[in-house]
Write a protein that binds this ligand. Structure first.
Ligand SMILES: Nc1nc2c(c(=O)[nH]1)N[C@H]1C(S)=C(S)[C@@H](COP(=O)(O)OP(=O)(O)OC[C@H]3O[C@@H](n4cnc5c(=O)[nH]c(N)nc54)[C@H](O)[C@@H]3O)O[C@H]1N2
Ligand SMILES: Nc1nc2c(c(=O)[nH]1)N[C@H]1C(S)=C(S)[C@@H](COP(=O)(O)OP(=O)(O)OC[C@H]3O[C@@H](n4cnc5c(=O)[nH]c(N)nc54)[C@H](O)[C@@H]3O)O[C@H]1N2
Ligand code: SF4
Ligand SMILES: [Mo]
Length: 675
């Protein structure tokens, strides 16, 4: 064994945000957990361990260009590539430009994109894949607490009496969070794990109680629970009176449907609901976790608030009784949110609509007053429409594969293929989106670049390179700076990445996500402390936390229809551009599938492994069946398979407050023959 060097870095996959040590030797890279990290305590799952083998496979080495999207790509120099981007930007009006970023970019990268686009180019036409992921949670946090920022922390898992999980499958999607939950259960068998999900997922199977509600009935369920807690005198009236506003109106809405009727409409056995009610009505410490089952919905903000209302109403914003903790999906979606990469935001949890916020950024960036537009930019799904009506003519995608991840693949494809759109894709592989581009910019990937990331519990850590990048590629940060400098902009000469972080961190001074006192190289810091708002003073106008009435809804399903839930697999990451290269991560997950109740399949004379045609007005896909346990007339399919992109069947229906797309409730029919 050769002497090996150990590099401390972070995992590039989920929002759990595990801190890792990578040992490099001539035998390859050995990925281990970093036991000194106070957030993830040295644990890690198989994804980064396996991924380390495949970092050099299918990498891009040189910029690729074609003027005509129907012609093959030509290799070009970086000088020409940078020229092409800047020529397009300068020849178009700022209304014609659009930028699409990612929660997988590092904080420094998201920050510099934001500075370039919102500051120097003066347009808020920029969004990130967080619009498909965390936008409803962001909006709900702002409405309830006055600011974005998840409240609780992972330590709550270690001493919780009850862990309440809704619309989240951490056994697959946040494995180290789930392993910590199971460790708590093992050491304290009285701990109650409750999972609310239309599917009996691995998480639900390992829980004490599975509440298999019908898709879309969360708001009705949470309202029913709130109303019943009130009727039973189990709300924390002291907390409500002392520190909140809006409870009475919220209660009026919650009491509208009689409790038993509501529970029945949700498809939930009354005993299951009773068990949850008893926990909520007790003094037990409850940690609430949720993710895309609540976020990716037409009423995603309402679902988030409805769930949070249960914690507020029972005085659960503290170490003694627990708190809600929204699980973040991507490794640095939190950092992206902090740097203001969504179309309404600015760094330091600021908002483009707020004059003081704009001035703070303009001053910091040495820009004249009014450089930043006060208009909220359009969101990514609106941008797709704008491309189709020729309003947007330049799209620069960095670190995302929207062809497969946005709803309505046919529409997205039509837009990306538009001859009037100049499409730039910055990626480390030739993704399905990159394959449609005019210009592909090859970048460094995990293990090749440095910066910082924030995880789901607000914990920031450093990411460091442990291998050489492919020759001919450039770092995301250098690409942004080279383009900005070519545009003649000052303020993009950074001797190193630390200078970018230092400039960004100054913008967090006295903000909720304040990290201004931290040293870049030593970053190991939970901003906001263990838990937010322990003093019960909230960044709302009145200083009080806000209840909001939740309008109850349920899904109406026509007779022949099924609800198609889409989501993740255990080992693959999204559109498989990286994890799809590793045999161990493809095991059992190589092919797309449709999960279905056995009884419903057998009634159609279909067995496991048989193919079925799944259709709706948008298109059809043929998928092999796997049997599972789901609420009746519910189906599940993973979304990331390029050979059967499930978003072919998912329409663009957005939440009216967060503009997040409802990705988990397409209505489909099943047949054995193609129509
Ligand atoms: N292995 C792996 N891990 C990942 C990722 C990955 O691609 N692969 N991606 C990461 C990212 S970016 C994200 S956002 C997270 C997502 O993590 P999760 O949100 O946990 O994963 P999903 O599979 O999208 O959906 C979670 C659950 O929501 C349930 N659900 C659907 N509809 C409803 C509903 O109406 N009500 C309720 N209560 N539940 C519902 C689904 O049945 C599903 O089990 O995972 C992260 N981790
Ligand atoms: N139907 C349905 N659709 C969904 C979802 C769902 O549950 N159901 N989930 C949604 C959610 S929550 C999310 S987060 C999105 C995810 O959707 P995407 O962001 O589109 O998915 P990824 O496959 O992670 O794409 C990341 C791209 O970045 C590239 N990349 C990796 N590292 C780097 C890097 O360092 N720099 C650069 N420039 N590129 C890099 C990868 O090769 C890949 O092409 O999908 C959304 N779409
Ligand atoms: S749990 Fe998430 S962050 Fe941790 S090692 Fe696994 S994929 Fe990476
Ligand atoms: Mo996500």
């Amino acid at each position: 064994m050769n002497l090996s060097e150990s590099i401390s870095t972070g995992c590039p996959f989920c929002g759990t945000g595990c801190a890792l040590n990578v040992e490099c030797s001539d035998k390859g890279y050995k990925v281990k957990g970093d036991k000194t990290n106070p957030s993830t305590l040295g644990d890690l799952c198989f994804k980064p361990i396996q991924m380390a083998k495949a970092l050099d496979i299918k990498r891009l080495h040189t910029p690729l260009y074609r003027e005509d999207k129907n012609k093959p790509f030509q290799e070009i120099s970086w000088e020409k590539a940078i020229d092409l981007v800047t020529q397009n930007i300068t020849s178009l009006s700022k209304e014609e430009l659009y930028f699409y970023l990612s929660g997988q970019l590092l904080t420094e990268e998201s920050y510099l994109f934001t500075k370039l686009i919102k500051g120097h180019l003066g347009t808020n036409n920029v969004d990130a894949n967080s619009r498909l992921c965390m936008a409803s949670a962001v909006t709900a946090h702002k409405m309830v607490f006055g600011s974005d920022g998840p409240v609780g922390n992972y330590q709550d898992i270690d001493n919780a009496d009850v862990i309440l999980i809704s619309g989240s499958n951490p056994a697959w999607a946040h494995p180290i969070v789930f392993r910590r939950i199971l460790a708590r259960k093992k050491s304290h068998p009285d701990t109650l794990i409750i999972t609310i999900d239309p599917i009996r997922t691995e998480t639900a199977q390992k829980s004490d109680l599975w509440i298999g509600l019908h898709s879309g009935s969360d708001t009705l369920f949470y309202n029913a629970l709130l109303g019943e807690l009130y009727r039973r005198n189990e709300c924390d009236i002291d907390f409500i009176q002392r520190s909140s506003q809006g409870f009475e109106n919220t209660l009026v809405e919650a009491l509208k449907t009689p409790y038993h009727d509501a529970i029945k409409s949700c498809g939930i056995p009354i005993e299951a609901s009773e068990q949850l009610l008893q926990a909520l009505g007790s003094d037990k410490k409850i940690l609430g976790l949720w993710c895309q089952g609540l976020n990716q919905a037409q009423d995603g903000v309402m679902r988030n608030i409805g769930f949070i209302n249960l914690f507020l109403a029972t005085g659960r914003l503290n170490a003694a009784k627990g708190s809600p903790l929204s699980l973040t999906g991507q490794p640095n979606a939190m950092g992206g949110r902090e740097t203001g990469y969504l179309s309404n935001a600015l760094p330091g949890y600021r908002d483009v609509r707020n004059r003081d916020d704009r001035i703070a950024c303009e001053t910091h960036w040495n820009l004249p007053k009014n450089s930043i537009s006060p208009e909220v930019g359009i969101t990514i799904t609106e941008a797709v429409d704008s491309i189709l009506c020729d309003k947007i003519k330049f799209l620069w995608v960095a670190c995302s594969n929207p062809l497969l991840s946005l709803p309505d693949v046919a529409k997205t494809k039509h837009a990306l293929e538009s001859p009037d759109l100049f499409l730039v894709v910055q990626d480390c592989t030739l993704s399905e989106t990159a394959a449609l581009a005019n210009l592909v910019l090859p970048t460094f990937g995990w293990g090749e670049k440095e910066g910082s990331m924030t995880n789901s519990e607000r914990f920031i850590k450093r990411v460091r390179p442990f291998k050489s990048p492919p020759s001919g590629a450039k770092s995301d940060l250098d690409i942004i700076c080279d383009i900005a400098r070519k545009l003649g902009l000052s303020g993009f000469k950074y001797p190193n990445t630390q200078d970018v972080y230092d400039e960004y961190k100054a913008l967090t001074t006295k903000r909720l996500c304040d990290q201004s006192t931290q040293e870049y190289d030593a970053l190991s810091y939970q901003w906001g402390g263990e838990r937010l708002y322990t003093d019960e003073i909230f960044p709302t106008t009145s200083g009080k936390v806000q209840f909001h009435p939740i309008i109850s809804s349920t899904l109406t399903l026509a007779d022949e229809h099924y609800v198609l839930i889409t989501g993740r697999t255990k080992k693959q990451w999204h559109t498989m551009t990286r994890t799809g290269l590793v045999d161990e991560l493809l095991k059992d997950e190589e092919h797309p599938y449709l999960l279905m109740n056995a009884s419903e399949a057998l009634a159609m004379n279909l067995n496991e492994g048989d193919s079925v045609i799944v259709s709706n007005e948008l298109g059809q896909l043929e998928l092999p069946i796997r049997f599972g346990e789901l609420a009746s007339r519910h189906l599940f399919a993973p979304f990331g398979y390029p050979k059967a992109p499930i978003n072919t069947l998912v329409p663009t229906i957005n939440d009216p407050f967060s503009f997040q797309s409802a990705l988990k409730s397409a209505q489909v029919t099943l047949s054995t023959k193609r129509i």
